[in-house]
Design a protein around this ligand. Structure first.
Ligand code: PMV
Length: 352
């Protein structure tokens, strides 16, 4: 028996870094996925296979004894083995088409897919499911499924990144466009569900600087910036929040979500570029990212870093008619693709 789960990667449209300090963030799941397959073995070991290598450790090993990239999987395996008797061994295989370490949610998607795959193997989830559907129904036991995957994936990610805001995990779990507010949870806006449709009808171009970054290091750097510039940092948090939500004189909410309802791609793009100014100010940009952003200036409605910065990827809103101009503007050493928004979130199934 195999338990297979897959979860999408993500981009952060607004609010990265500031979300760690209590602002909102808006994220979108993308059509690149990680798949985790788990099965029982007779080997008395926990074995993890990924493109980063293979490890096989005795069942009694703690996640702290393995290299950081394998910790979440060993943590989840341990947790389930310890609460279930008669398990002789476990094998976990990770296949991913999300580039690693460039801000597209590869580690969060791994944690979400692994939580669903391993919970499924231990029959703690129904034999198949799709999180976006669970969310739109929100009834009875299904709430427990949601909370189980949320809780387990967060614990898994905290083994490598204890300061996580949790925003990436929520996006990889639910799919669609989400507004994340660490204090009050998450609101999901999928293009297809509910009476209101949130749209971005331009290409979301993702450009990879090919420089891997460390989210932990960038988050630490921003924490220092905040300590040294408390007043300005707090103003920046207010400005970031205002991009997402503020009110006109008549008390009507206006912000980027309202732009998405109106499908006003010019307004969305302007707000993205405004958000980039705040990211520059907290010093998570660099010359390579600035050059990439400026190369796309003529054809982009708005461009910004997505994720931790200091490398990784930028995102740009580009109209169809300008898409074929992109390769010449960027040069050969960068990878780029146009992303579609994933609306399924994590999906899982058991195969006999
Ligand atoms: O790890 P990345 O590059 O996907 O970015 C994480 C986003 C941060 O806001 C920088 C950190 C967080 O936990 O939200």
């Amino acid at each position: 028996m195999k338990s297979i789960a897959s979860a999408p990667g993500k981009i952060i449209l607004f609010g990265e870094h500031f979300v760690v300090h209590g602002t909102k963030a808006i994220l979108a799941a993308i059509d690149k996925r990680v798949t985790v397959t788990s099965s029982f073995t007779e080997n008395k070991t926990i074995k993890v296979n990924s493109e980063l290598g293979t490890i096989e450790v005795p069942m009694s090993s703690s996640h702290e004894e393995v290299e950081s990239e394998f910790r979440p999987f060993v943590y989840l395996a341990n947790k389930m083995i310890n609460s279930n008797q008669n398990v002789n061994g476990l094998e976990i295989t990770i296949d991913s088409d999300i580039p690693i370490g460039v801000g597209l949610g590869s580690s969060s998607a791994c944690c979400v897919a692994a939580a669903a795959s391993i919970c499924g193997l231990f029959k703690e989830l129904p034999s198949s499911g799709e999180m976006a559907q669970v969310w739109s129904r929100q009834i009875g036991d299904e709430k427990e499924e949601r909370e189980k995957i949320s809780g387990m994936s967060r614990e898994a990610e905290e083994t490598i990144f204890p300061d996580t805001s949790g925003a990436d995990l929520m996006c990889c779990q639910f799919g669609g466009i989400i507004e994340y507010n660490g204090h009050n949870g998450v609101i999901v806006f999928s293009g297809s569900s509910g009476s209101v449709s949130y749209e971005i009808s331009a290409n979301i171009l993702i450009v990879n600087s090919m420089i891997q970054h460390s989210t932990k290091r960038s988050v630490e750097k921003v924490r220092k910036f905040k300590e040294n510039n408390e007043k300005r940092f707090s103003e920046l948090c207010d400005l970031v929040n205002q991009l997402m939500e503020h009110y006109d004189k008549l008390g009507r909410r206006i912000g980027v979500l309202e732009d998405m309802i109106k499908n006003d791609i010019t307004a969305i793009g302007l707000k993205m570029s405004e958000n980039q100014k705040y990211l520059e100010e907290i010093q998570v940009s660099n010359d390579t990212l600035r050059d990439m952003i400026s190369s796309l200036k003529e054809i982009s409605l708005g461009t910004k870093i997505t994720g931790a910065g200091d490398g990784g990827c930028i995102i740009a809103l580009v109209k169809d008619e300008n898409l074929d101009k992109v390769p010449a503007l960027l040069g050969k050493d960068k990878e780029c693709f146009s992303a579609k928004i994933d609306t399924k979130g994590v999906v899982w199934k058991i195969e006999k």
